[in-house]
Design a protein around this ligand. Structure first.
Ligand code: SF4
Length: 346
């Protein structure tokens, strides 16, 4: 079986930490009585549909797309917060989906998550020392002194100082940026190999975003951490990512190195996303747009899920052949796209 690889990342010499193959998660939609009376059958949303990629150790792999594209569902599947309907996940050479209880404990230590909202993800009734120390207890580190040392070390790593003071504060006594640093310290305290960061800066002020991303970048270099960075914001993806997959309605439509995909986007959807990035230069703001996507009206969600290219209803280049489903093919070295406008290079 061929593993699709995002190709020439900035960490090409390292090995794959994570390999995802044919991952699938479909959700049933319940119909209302009115729908049933109108003859509509029970529907299915293919939230994640045959998704494959690999992530090199010490690199940042970006999952990008609009809300509903499946990126957060993929994160939850990888971390085994929900079970897939099909596919495989290998982490550090081990089959994640068939781990026994002990193996699962090892996996849960090695793969951590940072959530989007630093306001709701931290328990407001717990002090920082307990929030950051909780995962240590869960994983059997109960000695008070040892725990305190590890928590203080993690707080130092995320530059929350003086640590002795911050450790005894409650979340409401901290700014949004400080709270997200606490969340990072909590993810870091067990020295994970992989951190899945789900829109970690989207709820922060612009001025704080760059600081948090810089902190995460420094931690990556220092500890050889691998990130899966989930975002709808391609400008932070460009700063933070090594390779990227663009998702649309549960499918990867384009994948490759950050530079290849963002500098030379091939899929009409990727082009539209890049075109939508706000342009700081007013002169450039007036330039002709590369592409305008059509409003999705002519095809229902179920139809789009079941037949052909999922971007068909919105694509200005749609052709008859697009009623069949395009495959994700390598069209340049390490640059893959799922669109009939391009031919495979191999
Ligand atoms: Fe557009 Fe067809 Fe390409 Fe889909 S396969 S993105 S409909 S040109």
């Amino acid at each position: 079986m061929v593993m699709l690889d995002a190709g020439s990342t900035r960490s090409t010499r390292s090995t794959n930490l994570l390999e995802v193959e044919g991952l699938r998660k479909w959700f049933r939609i319940k119909r209302s009585i009115l729908d049933i009376l109108h003859g509509k059958q029970e529907g299915v949303v293919k939230a994640v549909d045959d998704v494959s990629f690999s992530v090199k150790q010490g690199s940042t792999f970006v999952l990008a797309g609009e809300s509903g594209s499946g990126k957060s569902t993929i994160a939850r599947l990888i971390l085994r917060a929900i079970e897939p309907d099909g596919g495989s996940i290998r982490f550090a050479g081990r089959d994640v989906l068939s781990l026994d209880k002990r193996g699962l404990m090892w996996f849960r230590r090695s793969a951590q998550m940072i959530h989007q909202d630093p306001y709701s993800s931290l328990n407001p009734r717990m002090k920082v020392i307990s929030i950051v120390g909780e995962p240590l207890e869960v994983h059997g580190i109960k000695d008070r002194r040892e725990k305190e040392e590890m928590v203080f070390k993690a707080l130092e790593e995320v530059r929350l100082e003086p640590v002795e003071e911050i450790a005894y504060r409650y979340p409401h006594m901290l700014s949004g940026g400080q709270r997200q640093r606490v969340a990072i310290a909590r993810a870091l305290v067990l020295k994970p190999m992989l951190i899945v960061a789900d829109e970690p800066v989207s709820m922060l002020d612009l001025s704080v975003r760059a600081e948090i991303l810089e902190l995460m970048q420094n931690l990556k270099v220092k500890h050889n951490i691998t990130y899966i960075y989930i975002t709808h914001d391609l400008s932070t993806a460009r700063y933070f990512g090594d390779s990227i997959a663009i998702l649309y309605k549960g499918k990867i439509v384009e994948m490759g190195s950050i530079d290849d995909v963002l500098n030379e986007p091939l899929h009409p959807y990727t082009q539209a996303l890049i075109d939508a990035i706000p342009e700081p230069d007013p002169a450039s703001r007036l330039r002709d747009k590369v592409i305008r996507i059509r409003a999705s009206t002519s095809i229902s969600m179920d139809e789009a899920n079941d037949h052909g290219c999922r971007f068909y209803a919105r694509c200005p280049y749609a052709m008859d052949i697009c009623r069949e489903e395009p495959k994700l093919l390598e069209v340049k070295n390490g640059h893959l796209v799922s669109c009939f406008l391009y031919k495979s290079s191999v």
